[in-house]
Design a protein around this ligand. Structure first.
Ligand code: ACM
Ligand code: ZN
Length: 565
């Protein structure tokens, strides 16, 4: 998918940024598809915000505009810059695809330089990454335009045509005062004169580039691919493959022995790659990135003689405490006990089942908030509760006397909220729209009021036209069946959900799109419901979903259940 707004080519975000469905499991071996449209992109405004955020923290973001391969999604929108002219579709499987930009047609270069113009304006750093990897040459071999280009430019083959392509783009970037980075495939057919190379297919590309006097970033898939498994795949969430445990990552030595002292300065540093096709939540990305990113950082700034894995592991314990405080979902060798949910709302009693990915392990837990150890209660059967509790559980490996990190599960006993009797209600919600700069829900008051309207659901009304606004939705929720209802409030920035007199979800404050859940027990009848939301610049999101025990998936509250006076 294409992931960045380019003003000159609106079809990139209308067409190229969305696929019809996604392969389930491993692309290449699976024939199962999920049937769900998927996509999204960063607006230029969001990019500016991210770049600024990073800049304040002394981080430079380098964009990668992939070419000539991995570009089938672009061709789906602009088929005239492919070799065959299409039709093309945005791919629904992962991996390497044959449909790449035509290197013979001038229109390809017009398109790419126009795109790069906008990219250059957004990213102030000195480098622009242009990909260059995994570009099958089948189409070029059969394309009269590409073959004509090979002849006219006196090129030997399609590898030299790729080299022509990259060199031409480099010239353009250099003319704008920027430098080109490409994956090690850009060595094939001859390196562009000023290019910096990212060595990913092992280290040989990096060594060769440095010997030719080019700068290099080392990111060999043998040590730096943080999307590879870090433990037995049987006990891990689905990943692309490979096996790259922490120790192997830490053992990496980025300065190749093959280089002499006049060449080593070309090794600029290391990079960890976290390709996210199998990672569909931020938590999973964290799980794959940490703690291996910490190991790679140490690889990057340490002399070989100073490295010591045992000592690193000891110091890692301090990092784990920091990561815990930051709620980073890092990988740890001994997996925590698992449960189907982390939050269990219940009425009279509930049973919480814990499971282990390893048979030889034991679970110990506490209910009073204290830190468990193997003197705590041993888990045998599902834990039965009659009142609210916080379960803290650990996995214990008797053979090696080691613990996992603590798994925390919250169980909350609910009482039914009282319904109200009402009649003469109208369908929909009443919504007040405010404009002003807010950073907390309590900041907006009636004097900022712009309009009052009726809406079908708790989403940002179309009339929201300012980047600083707020909405207050009020109405009544009709409940047809007594039950525990769980609500999921997603917002960027802050929001609050109130039902009856109870704040069910507090998702207030300045933040990116964040989903918070809360549960209430509701009888048949009507309940006053209120959502307050504000937006303070940048991306705007508001969504309220619900579910209950009779439905598996959460969904938006239907308008049939929403009323106002
Ligand atoms: C890559 O992993 N294809 C650079
Ligand atoms: Zn072509």
């Amino acid at each position: 998918g294409w992931r960045i707004e380019i003003k000159k080519y609106p079809k990139l975000t209308r067409i190229s940024a969305f696929r019809d469905e996604t392969v389930v499991g491993h692309g290449g071996t699976s024939n199962v598809y999920d049937g769900e449209r998927y996509g999204g992109f960063y607006t230029q405004k969001e990019v500016k915000e991210i770049v600024k955020y990073a800049q304040k923290r002394h981080v430079t973001i380098i964009p990668e505009i992939e070419m000539p391969g991995h570009s089938q999604a672009v061709l789906a929108a602009y088929p005239e810059i492919g070799c065959t002219g299409g039709p093309y579709e945005v791919a629904t499987t992962w991996g390497v695809h044959n449909e790449i930009y035509c290197a013979g047609k001038e229109a390809t270069f017009t398109f790419l330089t126009n795109v790069l113009d906008e990219v250059i304006d957004l990213f102030p750093g000195k480098y622009i990454h242009i990909g260059g990897d995994e570009a099958p040459k089948e189409r070029w071999e059969e394309c009269s335009d590409c073959q004509k280009r090979i002849q006219e430019e006196g090129l030997k083959n399609e590898h030299e045509l790729q080299s022509y392509f990259i060199k031409r783009i480099e010239k353009y970037l250099n003319s704008k005062g920027r430098r080109l980075i490409g994956w090690d495939e850009i060595l094939e057919g001859g390196l562009a004169p000023e290019a910096t190379v990212m060595s990913w297919r092992g280290v040989s590309g990096g060594i060769e580039a440095a010997k030719q006097g080019h700068d290099v970033i080392m990111t060999p898939n043998t040590h730096c691919y943080l999307d590879y498994y870090q433990a037995d795949p049987k006990t891990e969430p689905l990943a692309i493959g490979g096996f790259l445990p922490l120790e192997r990552c830490y053992s990496y030595e980025p300065i190749p022995e093959e280089l002499n002292s006049n060449q080593t300065h070309h090794i600029l540093g290391v990079q960890g790659n976290v390709w996210t096709e199998y990672m569909n939540t931020p938590e999973y990305v964290e799980y794959m990135a940490y703690p291996r990113a910490i190991a790679l950082a140490e690889v990057g700034w340490s002399q070989k003689s100073d490295k010591d894995f045992k000592n690193f592991k000891k110091r890692l314990e301090h990092h784990y405490k920091r990561l815990d405080q930051l709620h980073v979902n890092y990988f740890y060798e001994i997996p925590k006990p698992q449960s189907v949910k982390d939050f269990f709302p219940f009425l009279k009693s509930c049973k919480i089942e814990l499971t282990l990915p390893k048979e030889e392990a034991e679970i110990y837990y506490t209910l009073d908030g204290s830190h468990p150890n193997n003197n705590s209660k041993k888990y045998k059967n599902p834990i039965k509760l009659r009142k609210s509790a916080t379960i803290k559980a650990i996995t214990y490996l008797p053979g090696c006397s080691e613990y996992s990190k603590v798994k925390t599960i919250t169980a909350e006993k609910l009482d039914y909220l009282k319904a109200v009797d009402l009649n003469g209600l109208k369908q929909g919600l009443s919504c007040k729209y405010f404009e002003g700069e807010f950073s907390k829900i309590r900041d907006f008051k009636n004097n900022y009021l712009q309009e009052e309207l009726t809406t079908d659901n708790f989403t940002i009304p179309d009339l929201a036209r300012n980047s600083n606004f707020a909405c207050e939705f009020k109405g009544f929720l009709k409940i047809d069946r007594k039950n525990i209802y769980t609500f999921y409030l997603t917002s960027d920035d802050g929001s609050i959900l109130k039902i009856g007199n109870q704040i069910v979800i507090d998702n207030d404050g300045l933040h990116s799109a964040t989903k918070v859940q809360g549960s209430v027990a509701l009888n048949k009848g009507y309940y006053p419901i209120e959502v307050k939301y504000f937006q303070a610049g940048g991306g705007a999101t508001l969504k309220l979903d619900w579910n209950h025990e009779y439905v598996e998936e959460s969904s938006i509250i239907p308008v049939e259940n929403l009323f106002h006076k």
